[in-house]
Design a protein. Structure first.
Lengths: 326, 697
């Protein structure tokens, strides 16, 4: 049975259910469980639910150690950009153990971090830096765009035997949606076709999925049918679904909140350009954040971010119905 | 020792009231959404800001954390411009680009706040280092809270400041709560002065509500720091009267303690103290408060009347423009050839005098030349004074002294932060991080501080630094000493990324990188280090953002970076033997990227291979391929082939690593597939109407 709950509640529900199901699941991080009233503390106690100091390096390192010792820690890291403080643990330690030990050990950790809080949070709290984790062999990256996926991907992340970066979008926090009750898993590497259409393939992640769907509605009123695909996980990436769609449509528009250079969006573009080359009727175009740190002032912030109009405009462009920019 | 006199007491009272009124007004404006974003207020901490900053000169630089409004105002930032910044207006201190967490007022020596707890502690060290290099008597102050003490960069910074005896005063506002977590939940050590004790800092702990005590304690430290001593820690026990941010539900509050703290309000205490001593009568104290309120109302009006910036005004602030080092046009100087280039050397015969050097020696020479030419250039890193493991910095300490060639502890984060701070203070540091794998330890500094400072300050600060590092597999060093992570830094607006493939390029590009007003990541592949090539004795500077075509050919374009450039030329030779003429292009800099040259070539050849040593999935080749397909789609006759490493960590076993590392064989095979690629039988090339293009004409 599904019922409507917010995105954040769906994430918490998944963690709660997994902790109830498996005693080895731990949950810790900054500002977590600071009162005895905390629902996780009440249910699982302070041994499994811990608050930590502002020590990202030690938090993640400790999680890796606990994972090597047989536990499944979920680390709450608040802002994706704060993971930069601890990148050595995220990149050089966590995802390396399995490989460097010849498969003898595993590191089942979940690094949970919010991103993209573009609501005047300015230059250091708004970054969409998931691409930095996508190109790391050994790491997996999940980017839920709606409450049900948030729940299902979190549960899968906790059960995965590899380190997983789980990036939830801050502007979706209170977004309601239908979420199945009880055990619910969304497999990694399985894209979600959110809308079917035969004219153009639009691939979007996170907060951008909603914007792409809204743009698709506008386009539909003009007679353009866009297929909107949410990959849900960037690594593993479900290229098959994307390519199948591109075979049908011959055109692709990629939407990514991050700045474009060396982004996850460019990665997907390169794959389509390579494997889908024979079907392409137009260049793959992208709608991404502009090449700038996110500014504080509202009009400038809106200017650097992708929105529905930019998406619709780009779709019209690849369909040859708008001038192609140089 | 300087004690509080009546005039100073009145001045401090005025500052504390100005901050108090400002903060309370901002809280009200935030409730009605007239200021937006994330706002952290300093109500309860006004006394520290006032007593510290009142004693500083404009040239003394202050860094602060996310709770910075009071520090900025106390340091002299005009309240109306702070308010305008919080409202995101064009007259804001940072033109609306920074906001509450990133205030900067360069002229008043307020070098900025950070949203990463403790993230700019090492920047203060860099500023102090710059003062020492200039032989000035400026003192640097950095404000932080007790929450920052549990972060590694705090310890790295305190250790380094103590080691180098820098004239820095660390001012800790210990309010007993880190964001939403009380002290008992985040540390076993109550006083920060106890934490720093082993490092040997001069330290003192005072009540944050006792403004005269803060004034005296700080004054004593300042006098000694002014004489070149340091570092010092002044710990003020304060209370954060409001939440971590505006809107914080504050579930962690203890109502009893709150009442007690209200009685110890620093502004009220200072006012009472001044009246008791007969320095002020109650009437003039009241006037001070009213004047402050009136000023803040004026500030609000000023901010409201200031327009929002033009949305497009943001982009020009991503990079600082070169001042005093004019950008050259297309490179026209004597061609500095790639050692294995054969096809494109535009000049021959008698050139300038040349000598044969290794790549790493060329780096060494370029550093020495830059240091000779510009005394602002300093070199910082682990073991650099001894030359480093590859002797890239050999001899520099002998020639330029250890004030300009600084060995550091194994503290990559702090070392990078020191370079950023020194760069913001006008030096041109070249920091060395031995392996790019270790930039993981400095990535917050590089991404959140270096790359963003110019932008977030609305162009007030620039960070002319170079981070030299090495990459590449092949030395059996395993998965943590062999990576190629350049795609990360190429993703970050505000950074520039250089990857030279030859000694000549390295020389010319390093000179430009050092002269550039922006942070430049300079990535050297260790496999190139001991290759020898002829180099002119006075090499030319090479402009960043200009690709280099090493070989011309009409059939296929090979774009290769760093070590793979040599392999691309080798593959091109093999292709030529089979009748295929390959054009080989080395972008030389990934950011900025010379797409014009690359796409122009592909538009002529119709086929492309991109090659690098990094993993293919998530590597920079995807960026190249995506841009090429966009710019040359109508001319592409085959899919763009990407050559890179498989998606695994770098293995250490010799046969595995050799198989892992891409090279000439892979490039050759990729080029052959592109050449041989054809439309599947019976399938016509799809026609398109996009942009009215004439497909595959």
């Amino acid at each position: 049975m599904a019922r409507e709950i917010p995105y954040i509640a769906a994430i918490n529900e998944a963690i709660h259910l997994e902790m109830a199901r498996d005693d080895t699941v731990l949950y810790f991080g900054q500002n977590l469980a600071t009162t005895e009233n905390d629902e996780f503390v009440k249910a699982f106690g302070h041994d499994r639910v811990r608050v930590t100091p502002i020590s990202e390096t030690a938090e993640i390192g400790m999680a890796i150690g606990a994972a090597l010792a047989g536990y499944r820690p979920v680390v709450e890291l608040y802002m994706a950009e704060f993971m930069l403080v601890a990148m050595n643990q995220v990149v050089n330690e966590g995802p390396r153990f399995r490989y460097m030990s010849g498969g003898r050990v595993k590191v089942p950790i979940v690094l949970k971090a919010g991103y993209g809080f573009t609501a005047g949070w300015a230059g250091q709290h708004t970054g969409s830096i998931y691409n930095m984790f996508t190109g790391i062999p050994g790491l997996k990256v999940a980017l839920p765009a709606r409450p049900a996926d948030a729940k299902g991907l979190m549960a899968t992340a906790i059960r995965d035997d590899n380190p997983v970066c789980f990036f939830h979008h801050y502007l979706l926090t209170l977004e309601p949606g239908d979420v199945p009750e009880g055990e619910y898993l969304v497999p990694f590497g399985q894209a979600d076709i959110r809308r079917s259409g035969g004219d153009v393939t639009v691939v979007a992640t996170g907060w951008m999925v909603g914007k792409a769907l809204a743009a698709a509605e506008t386009l539909a009123s003009e007679g353009i049918e866009a297929e909107v695909i949410d990959p849900r996980t960037l690594n593993p990436l479900d290229l098959a679904t994307i390519l199948t769609s591109v075979e049908k449509t011959g055109r692709a528009v990629l939407v990514d909140q991050a700045t474009r250079r060396a982004s996850a969006s460019q990665m997907i573009a390169a794959e389509i350009a390579d494997l889908g080359f024979r079907w392409l009727k137009a260049p793959i175009k992208q709608v991404t954040g502009l090449e700038a740190t996110v500014p504080y002032s509202e009009p400038m912030e809106a200017y650097v971010l992708p929105d529905e109009e930019k998406i619709a405009g780009t779709v019209r462009q690849v369909l040859g119905e708008a001038p192609v920019a140089a | 020792m300087r004690t509080l006199d009546p005039q100073t007491a009145a001045d401090l009272l005025r500052t504390t009231w100005r901050i108090r009124c400002f903060e309370e007004r901002v809280a009200a404006l935030k409730r009605t959404l007239q200021v937006h974003g994330l706002i952290h207020l300093s109500v309860g901490g006004e006394g520290v800001a006032a007593a510290v900053c009142a004693q500083l000169r404009d040239e003394d630089v202050v860094y602060s954390g996310h709770r910075a409004h009071g520090h900025a105002i106390a340091k002299g930032a005009p309240t109306e411009r702070v308010m305008a910044e919080l409202m995101g207006r064009v007259d804001g201190l940072c033109r609306g680009l920074g906001g509450s967490m990133h205030l900067v007022d360069r002229d008043r020596g307020f070098f900025g706040a950070t949203g990463v707890v403790g993230g700019n502690l090492p920047l203060a060290l860099g500023n102090a280092l710059a003062a020492r290099v200039r032989a000035g008597d400026e003192v640097t102050v950095v404000f932080f809270g007790d929450g920052a003490v549990q972060a590694g960069h705090f310890h790295e910074s305190v250790n380094l400041a103590a080691l180098w005896r820098l004239p820095v005063i660390f001012v800790c506002e210990n309010n007993g709560v880190a964001e939403f977590t009380s002290r008992s939940e985040h540390t076993t050590v109550e006083l920060v002065s106890d934490v720093v004790a082993p490092y040997g800092l001069q330290r003192e702990t005072v009540a944050g509500s006792d403004v005269p005590a803060i004034f005296e304690a700080f004054g004593a430290f300042l006098e000694r720091a002014r004489a070149g001593n340091g570092p010092f820690l002044l710990e003020c026990l304060t209370h954060r009267r409001r939440g971590h941010y505006e809107g914080d539900p504050e579930r962690y509050r203890d109502p009893v303690a709150e009442e007690e703290w209200r009685r110890r309000d620093p502004v009220a205490r200072l006012q009472a103290h001044a009246i008791e001593n007969g320095w002020l009568d109650p009437g003039s104290a009241g006037a001070i408060e009213r004047e402050a309120q009136a000023e803040i109302e004026r500030a609000v009006r000023f901010a409201r009347e200031s327009p929002y910036p033009e949305p497009g005004a943001a982009e020009p602030f991503v990079y600082a423009l070169a001042v005093g080092c004019p950008e050259k046009g297309p490179h026209t100087g004597p061609y500095l050839g790639h050692p294995s280039a054969t096809g494109a050397r535009p000049h021959g015969g008698a050139g300038p005098p040349e000598s044969e050097v290794t790549f790493v020696r060329a780096i060494n020479d370029a550093l020495a030349r830059a240091m000779r030419a510009d005394e602002r250039v300093i070199v910082i890193g682990e073991d650099v004074a001894e030359g480093g493991p590859y002797m890239a910095t050999a001899g520099l300490a002998d020639e330029f002294g250890r004030d300009r060639v600084l060995n550091t502890p194994i503290s990559e984060g702090a070392v990078c932060g020191v370079a950023i701070g020194a760069a913001q203070a006008g030096l041109r540091p070249v920091v060395e991080i031995m392996f790019i794998d270790f930039i993981t330890l400095a990535l917050d500094q590089l991404v959140n501080q270096a790359a963003k400072a110019h932008f977030m300050s609305g162009g007030q600060l620039s960070v002319p630094m170079v981070l030299r590092t090495t990459c590449g597999a092949g030395s059996r060093s395993g998965a943590q000493h062999s990576q190629s992570l350049e795609a990360w830094v190429a993703h970050v607006p505000g950074l520039k990324v250089v990857m030279p493939s030859s000694a000549a390029d390295a020389t010319g590009l390093l000179a430009s990188a050092i002269a550039d007003p922006n942070p430049v990541v300079f990535v050297e592949n260790r496999a190139l280090y001991f290759r020898r090539e002829q180099l002119p004795e006075a090499p030319e500077r090479l402009q960043l953002g200009r690709a280099h075509t090493l070989r011309f050919g009409a059939d296929i374009t090979i774009v290769a970076t760093s070590r793979l450039v040599g392999d691309a030329l080798e593959a091109a030779d093999r292709l030529a033997a089979g009748g295929v003429q390959a054009e080989v292009i080395d972008p030389r800099t990934l950011l900025p990227l010379d797409l014009e040259t690359i796409a122009g070539s592909v538009r002529r050849t119709g086929r492309a291979v991109v090659a690098h040593e990094a993993v293919t999935l998530g590597g920079f080749g995807a960026e190249l391929a995506a841009q090429i397909q966009d710019a040359a789609f109508d001319r592409l006759e085959a899919p763009i082939q990407r050559v890179g490493a498989p998606f695994t960590p770098v293995p250490v076993s010799p046969p595995l690593e050799d198989a892992y590392r891409p090279g000439a064989g892979e490039i050759y095979a990729a080029a052959r597939s592109a050449i041989e690629w054809d439309w599947p039988e019976g399938k016509e090339p799809p026609l398109t109407t996009a942009g009215g293009r004439d497909f595959r004409s």
